[in-house]
Design a protein around this ligand. Structure first.
Ligand SMILES: NC(=O)c1ccc[n+]([C@@H]2O[C@H](COP(=O)([O-])OP(=O)(O)OC[C@H]3O[C@@H](n4cnc5c(N)ncnc54)[C@H](O)[C@@H]3O)[C@@H](O)[C@H]2O)c1
Length: 371
């Protein structure tokens, strides 16, 4: 199969859909890989690295879309890219169609077959192509929070690990899922005093079993939040209620009881945020202050570490990309119900129930679409 990878054009997106290592694997399976020139440069992969493994470098995105049978990307296709998609072509990337009627309409009109990273599932009921980005955002959260805690950045001037004779920063992590667990590990590794709150007792048990004394756990209630917030130097918001907006777990009124210069890092901002005072920010202007409390609310945190994120995403997408290329999308989706769960659009039909529900568009069950 001819696989194509255009350069990402969404603002502030530096990741790339196919790494040189992934290109090499596909080529060793007998496929051809077309890479738009400079596609990998934001993640530190030069054209030469792709050429060295046998990929073909082409000058424009138009050539990639024209020649490739399957397009592998990171972000949802932008309007100009959607115009280049065609019937029978496979698109494998993040789509997030539910809040995006325009993109959905264009994908349906194009006749392409679109498989969304974010809805591919695994045997444990997880989302294997979202998890790597949660891991990145989770590990990044204490790092950006520690920077924000510095005096010059508006923070309280507290060092995460303290020093001998001076206590460490106190960190609350709300939500002990993928983001929260990785955030807690890194914060604890920096020497901070960390408490993870969750509403799932099985999850709290798991964290306690696996991490022991590395951090404390608590059952997330409004009462416990009232108790812990005034002592906190940093609160990391990492909750998720699948399919719903994030619940507001810290109110504006509660900020008044917090230490001046304390820091809120709202990783859940991509689901609306879990602090009442959160609003999405960007890497170029990431922090702001409300009532003396600093907020960091970047909606695409993994973009800050594009190289790590690209490789992490590539590791997760590779087996699926190879299956799609080796077998063709229909056979690959027939053989693997978890990949079939990623099918969102095929030949002018919407095949993902939740998107249909959100946008009021009739849905053809994916099993029927591949039959
Ligand atoms: N900003 C970014 O760049 C970025 C990147 C990756 C993920 N995210 C977001 O981070 C959030 C967390 O993602 P995840 O992969 O860790 O999800 P996850 O499902 O693995 O974990 C969410 C956890 O929140 C817990 N939870 C639900 N309600 C709660 C409550 N009231 N109090 C405490 N805990 C509660 C759940 O029990 C679960 O353990 C999501 O909104 C995700 O979209 C953001």
């Amino acid at each position: 199969m001819k696989l194509g990878c255009p350069k990402e054009i969404k603002p502030q997106e530096f990741r790339v859909g196919i790494t040189p290592n992934a290109a090499q694997e596909a080529i060793s399976h007998g496929h051809e890989v077309l890479i738009e020139t400079q596609a990998g440069i934001g993640a530190g992969f030069e054209d030469a690295a792709y050429a060295a493994v046998g990929a073909t470098i082409v000058g424009t995105a138009a050539e990639v879309f024209e020649q490739a049978e399957m397009i592998v990307k990171v972000k949802e296709p932008q309007a100009v890219e959607r115009k280049m998609l065609r019937e029978g072509q496979v698109l494998f990337t993040y789509l997030h169609l539910a809040p995006d009627p325009e993109q959905t309409r264009d994908l349906l009109d194009s006749g392409c077959t679109a498989i969304a990273y974010e809805t591919v599932t695994d045997r444990q009921g997880g989302l294997p192509l979202l998890a790597p980005m949660s891991e990145v955002a989770g590990r990044l959260a204490p790092q950006v929070g520690a920077w924000t805690l510095q005096k010059a950045n508006g923070g309280r001037g507290v060092l995460m690990g303290g020093v001998p004779g001076v206590g460490p920063a106190r960190i609350i992590v709300i939500g002990g899922g993928v983001v929260g667990t990785h955030a807690a590990r890194v914060a604890a590794g920096m020497g901070a005093d960390v408490t993870v709150l969750d509403r799932s007792l099985p999850r709290l048990r798991y964290l306690d079993d696996v991490f022991g004394d590395v951090f404390k756990t608590g059952y997330s209630t409004a009462g416990l939040m009232d108790e812990l917030l005034p002592q906190a130097d940093m609160v990391i918001g990492a909750v998720l209620i699948p399919g719903a907006a994030a619940p507001k777990l810290v109110t504006r009124a509660q900020l008044g009881g917090m230490k001046p210069g304390a820091v809120l890092v709202d990783v859940a901002i991509d689901q609306g945020g879990c602090f009442e005072t959160s609003r999405a920010t960007t890497h170029s202007d990431p922090i702001y202050e409300v009532d003396g409390v600093m907020h960091y609310c970047v909606a695409n945190m993994p973009g800050a570490v594009a190289r790590t994120s690209t490789i992490a995403l590539g590791n997760a997408t590779l087996p699926f990309m190879l299956a799609l290329a080796d077998k063709g999308w229909k056979q690959a989706c027939t053989d693997d119900p978890h990949l079939l769960a990623g099918l969102n659009v095929h030949a002018g039909q919407l095949t993902y129930a939740a998107v249909g529900e959100a946008l009021g568009i009739p849905v053809c069950p994916p099993e029927q679409a591949i039959a």
